[in-house]
Ligand binder design. Sequence first.
Ligand SMILES: Cc1cc2nc3c(=O)[nH]c(=O)nc-3n(C[C@H](O)[C@H](O)[C@H](O)COP(=O)(O)OP(=O)(O)OC[C@H]3O[C@@H](n4cnc5c(N)ncnc54)[C@H](O)[C@@H]3O)c2cc1C
Length: 404
Amino acid sequence: MRPGDTVRPGSAEEVAAVVRECYARRLPLVPLGAGTGFARGHETTGAEVVVDLGGLDRVRSFDPLLWRMEAEAGVALRTVQRLARENGLHFPVDPGAAELSHVGGAVATNAGGPHTFKYGSMRAWVLGLEAVLAPGELVRIGGPVRKDVAGYDLVSLLCGSEGTLGIVTAAWLRLAPAPAGSWPVVARAADAAALQAGVEQALASGVTPSALEFLDATSARAAGREGPMLIAEADGGEHERDALVEAIGGAPADPAELWRWREGVAYAVEALEGAKLSEDVCVPVDRLAELLDGHAGIAARHGLTPAAWGHAGDGNVHATFCHAPGDAARAERAAQDLFALAIDLGGTITGEHGIGLAKAGWLERQWPPAAVAAQEAIKRTLDPLGLLNPGKKAARPTGSRASA
Ligand SMILES: Cc1cc2nc3c(=O)[nH]c(=O)nc-3n(C[C@H](O)[C@H](O)[C@H](O)COP(=O)(O)OP(=O)(O)OC[C@H]3O[C@@H](n4cnc5c(N)ncnc54)[C@H](O)[C@@H]3O)c2cc1C
């Protein structure tokens, strides 16, 4: 193996052998799933060995009657979803790129999606993990057991660690019985305040929507719809649908037609001016309107067109700056102001995509120094030579911030 090589192991043991050799020879490593991540976490400088997990593509076991599956890191989420569906079950983790993204990548980014509002992000569906830790040890933490508080929660630590603490080789996944049906409901939301009010009404109603999304006027227009709008989904029976209609004052919509926007909205918004920078800031839901109005103000100050859509119920906004190709630096500067706003509002710079390289160095602005020190101590303990995905998820700036 040499820097710049891509290796494609076929088994967890082979992954362990790669990490052992890299650790012995002090070669840095970058784990690679499907490469759909938005935080530039799988990017390389050419000095690393890329470990492509796509060769670990077996579903090791599937017990539909026990609602569980063990899948290797390279299994596509769509395969997990399909197997679940064909057996009357449900796997609700659905990032926009679920068709492509892998189990290992979804674990490493703790991926979410529209149904995170009710069902939680990837961590909520992981019972146990098999992973290679430095300097090349294959370990199993948890397994087909639904509760386990024996140790520190290493499974949670690996979920969302973006390949900086270990390489995930397989996951025990939890599944659930499929809901009887799903019922989208659409409500108009004239402005950011109305949108926040709609979310708060939905929460206060006691109905738990399976998704609570929104599109602002610009992104709705780009997706060929009329906005701004709040899009909620009830799962279960017609009773749940009717309760949701009442809660948000909306009207039922056709599911297939309605959700079609989701697949294309990012690309449609990009086409507006030729390029865009989309972030995934997340704030407490009662600060949503301030975030949206603040985002529009930042865009205006930088001479950019704002667009926003995303997971309103989670306060998680794909706050976007549209720009002409070649004008990325301005959007980058606007994004810095957006991160500062999200932190000021008691939120986070990233609700689902992670830090990667794109936001490396920002955590020290969000967390108190002792918490940053704890994060760095964990990294040093699990990766003493700093060879696992170096430079990614860094809490403090390690050099100049690379452009997103
Ligand atoms: C159109 C589109 C829509 C999206 N929508 C959403 C969304 O709604 N919600 C959301 O959360 N994300 C979304 N994403 C981002 C992306 O799909 C997820 O982050 C995805 O789960 C990453 O999976 P991947 O296999 O592509 O990982 P990659 O992109 O290959 O890797 C992501 C990170 O994880 C690390 N990694 C990958 N595999 C492993 C492993 N086995 N062990 C350790 N580290 C590993 C990589 O080094 C990198 O840091 C979207 C992406 C696209 C393109």
